[in-house]
Design a protein around this ligand. Structure first.
Ligand code: HEM
Length: 421
């Protein structure tokens, strides 16, 4: 759309929209959640102790708990009663951001992709050297395009570099090397990540009559999104042709898409595969990028450990046969970074489906409202982590714990056992 037209439309629509957003759609506390939600939740958790509580968020209400009793009860409640799929719809606004929707309930259709991820994760060591090569290539390129100044210090824009590199690694795992090395796919897909995120947020906070206009301003004619979908569709068709042409080779699938295609019925339409794979690609690219950005920030703000970290990684990361347990300092850094930054202050997000959900202590979550575990509260508890607010690189060293552990509410980054896979 012509820029002058866009600006004119914005000037006309913005004042009534602002008034509507401030006074009708949001009351001031839910607006405040957008700017300081984490502080609000932590302060309320301090006041409430073990009791559950709630905060208004734009367009909905978020109920939070921190106690073991609530954790156990939620863990034993069916996903048909407290649904993670309904929450993901509320969060990602797929209809607006992706152009398709999914059901409120986690049905059997969701399982083939989970199995496919498991297959590729189990053989991740095969992909590891290529992941390291991608990181090296992207960081070297960023260094070259930002040459060092007089004091030999080069500046690399952290977020765009990591976002690009981690999106490539996710693409490698899901779609394969050729797609991850396609510059046009990578450029358009990273733009699509940003656009879809903005559309989802705009859809949540703006009145429904205005969000299509804002969506059009952000996504234009959906060129980036269409390119991503067309690429996934091509890879799907490629797999189908290869399968039809050859005998079963018993070769291990190299991508999540291939592992997925081996388990789904042959008559599934390509668009159905594209939507599922796109949802996975989008969600996987998001979390892992923030986590990596925090880790790099923490490494470079604790410079005295850099030499030891380099020493430890030498010969391990780029060797597919090496044992990842040989990186205890890096693992400890990652865990302390996850604990202190805690990029998602809440986890195990659920929506009460159809009727209110009531805990045994009488706390009730009305139908359609969101229930989550405030994990940041646990990681900031001085009785569990001495001087919990401080970053201690060695805190987890020798603890026998790993970042990927799922022991329960004391390390809830990956959810609870309801969705364990
Ligand atoms: C920092 C990175 C990540 C974090 C913190 C994270 C965390 C989570 C959490 C908390 C859940 C929901 C658990 C629950 O509600 O009980 C989840 C679900 C899921 N995650 Fe991740 N995840 C990450 C990266 C990834 C990646 C890289 C992939 C795939 C390649 C992935 C695939 C999935 C899938 C498919 C589900 C849904 C599982 C199901 O429905 O059974 N995640 N993740």
């Amino acid at each position: 759309m012509d820029l002058a037209w866009s600006q004119a439309i914005l000037c006309i629509l913005l004042p009534p929209v602002c008034i509507y957003v401030f006074f009708v759609q949001l009351h001031w506390k839910s607006w405040k959640y957008l700017s300081s939600g984490r502080d609000m939740m932590m302060a309320m958790a301090d006041q409430c102790g073990d009791a559950a509580f709630s905060v208004p968020i734009p367009g909905n209400r978020l109920h939070l708990f921190t106690s073991k009793r609530h954790w156990d009860e939620l863990n034993s409640t069916s996903l048909d009663v407290l649904s993670n799929h309904a929450w993901s719809k509320d969060m990602l606004q797929p209809k607006a951001a992706f152009g398709y929707d999914w059901s409120d309930r986690r049905n059997e259709e969701g399982m083939p992709i989970v199995r496919a991820i498991r297959t590729i994760s189990n053989q991740f060591s095969i992909l590891r050297p290529e992941c390291v090569r991608i990181l090296e290539q992207d960081f070297n390129q960023a260094m070259e395009s930002n040459p060092s100044g007089k004091n030999a210090i080069g500046r690399v824009p952290l977020w765009p570099t990591i976002q690009f590199s981690l999106a490539r690694i996710t693409t490698l795992m899901i779609c394969g090397e050729d797609v991850a090395n396609d510059p046009e796919f990578m450029e358009r897909s990273v733009k699509f990540l940003d656009e879809a995120g903005k559309v989802a947020e705009a859809t949540k906070i703006l009145p429904s009559f205005i969000s299509p206009v804002v969506k059009m301003l952000i996504q234009g004619r959906n060129l980036n999104r269409d390119y991503v979908y067309a690429t996934i569709a091509n890879k799907t068709e490629e797999f189908r042709r290869a399968k039809a042409a050859s005998e079963d080779t018993k070769e291990l699938p190299k991508t999540i898409l291939n592992a997925f295609m081996e388990t789904v019925p042959d008559d599934w339409p390509t668009t159905r595969v594209v939507h599922i794979v796109n949802t996975l690609w989008y969600s996987a690219s998001q979390g892992i990028t923030v986590l990596a950005a925090h880790l790099i920030q923490d490494i470079y703000t604790h410079e005295s450990h850099i030499r030891d970290l380099q020493q430890e990684c030498r010969g391990v990361l780029d060797d597919a046969d090496s044992d990842m347990s040989k990186l205890p300092l890096l693992e400890a850094f990652l865990m302390e970074s996850m604990r202190t930054k805690c990029f998602q202050s809440t986890t195990i997000h659920r929506v009460a489906l159809g009727k209110p959900y009531t805990f045994s202590d009488g706390y009730s979550v009305p139908a359609g409202e969101i229930l989550s575990f405030l994990q940041h509260k646990v990681y900031s508890d001085d009785t569990l982590y001495a001087e919990a607010r401080n970053f201690h690189p060695a805190r987890f060293q020798g603890s026998g714990r790993a970042a990927t552990d799922m022991p329960g509410m004391e390390w809830a980054f990956w959810g609870n056992s309801k969705l364990a896979w």
